[in-house]
Ligand binder design. Structure first.
Ligand code: URA
Length: 255
């Protein structure tokens, strides 16, 4: 058993402790902290980390898109919501968000696939070669983006190398497209090509679908060939012409 230090030794120990900064007695009995289990805060945190994994709340990109789209009360707000949406990687590689062109509130709303190079540069849909053909097609039935149609795409950002949009990209951006239609309030939707039919109708096969009236989101829908396809397959233009006449006839009837 250790004997108690004599007065001088005890005083020297006390002075040494005061020099180390121990200026207050907080207990009657000394504690040998070296003998205690190591419970340093750093070690305690490390131990907790091993046993309790950090829970990162799962983000559902589609649910978040739905939420943001629903909260948008105008086309301007929808555009802001889409540019704030960070779950689609296409945004990182795109120069611009391509939201719309034409006249909001028009009876006809055209929905294309996704911006290409020119559209990405200018921030407007259908301004490249396919867009010029589209303008001529519309002009042939007395429509124009300056006066009587509203245009958007399924995706607002250009996919790299103009690859097809992936199903997950379409799914996460679809709530924005649906809200876009609600806010633009067209009488009729014209879906151009397979991607927009897939997104809006959940069906592909434009050769069968084109020219056949159907319905989506409470609106009449007319699928048509995509103008880029018509640039490659000029022989199909007569079918596109028939579809335009069908659209024109529908607009002329009272709906
Ligand atoms: N093709 C599309 O589908 N959309 C555009 O904006 C341009 C080309």
């Amino acid at each position: 058993m250790e004997s108690a230090p004599d007065f001088y030794t005890a005083r020297a120990l006390l002075e040494w402790q005061i020099e180390l900064g121990a200026t207050e007695a907080i207990g009657d009995a000394p504690v040998d902290r070296y003998a205690l289990a190591d419970v340093s805060p750093a070690k305690a945190r490390a131990a907790a980390a091993v046993h309790e994994p950090i829970v990162i709340p799962a983000v559902d990109p589609v649910a978040e898109a739905r939420e943001m789209a629903r909260a948008a009360g105008s086309l301007e707000q929808l555009k802001v919501a889409m540019s704030d949406y960070d779950h689609c990687d296409l945004k990182k590689g795109a120069r611009n968000l391509v939201f719309c062109d034409g006249v909001a509130g028009s009876r006809v709303m055209l929905i294309g696939e996704a911006p290409g190079r020119e559209e990405d540069l200018q921030g407007k849909p259908f301004v490249g070669r396919a867009g010029q053909l589209l303008d001529r097609m519309l002009w042939a039935i007395g429509l124009s983006r300056a006066e009587s149609v509203y245009i958007t795409n399924v995706l607002p950002w250009r996919p790299p190398q103009n690859r097809d949009p992936r199903p997950d990209e379409i799914a996460m951006l679809l709530p924005f497209l649906q809200r876009h239609v609600e806010l633009a309030k067209p009488d009729v939707l014209v879906l151009m090509g397979n991607i927009s039919c897939d997104a809006v109708l959940g069906r592909r096969g434009i050769t069968r679908l084109r020219g056949q009236w159907t319905e989506a989101w409470g609106k009449p829908v007319l699928p048509m060939f995509h103008p880029a396809y018509l640039l490659r397959q000029a022989g199909e233009k007569k079918k596109a012409w028939a579809d335009l006449l069908e659209l024109n006839a529908w607009l002329g009837e009272s709906h």
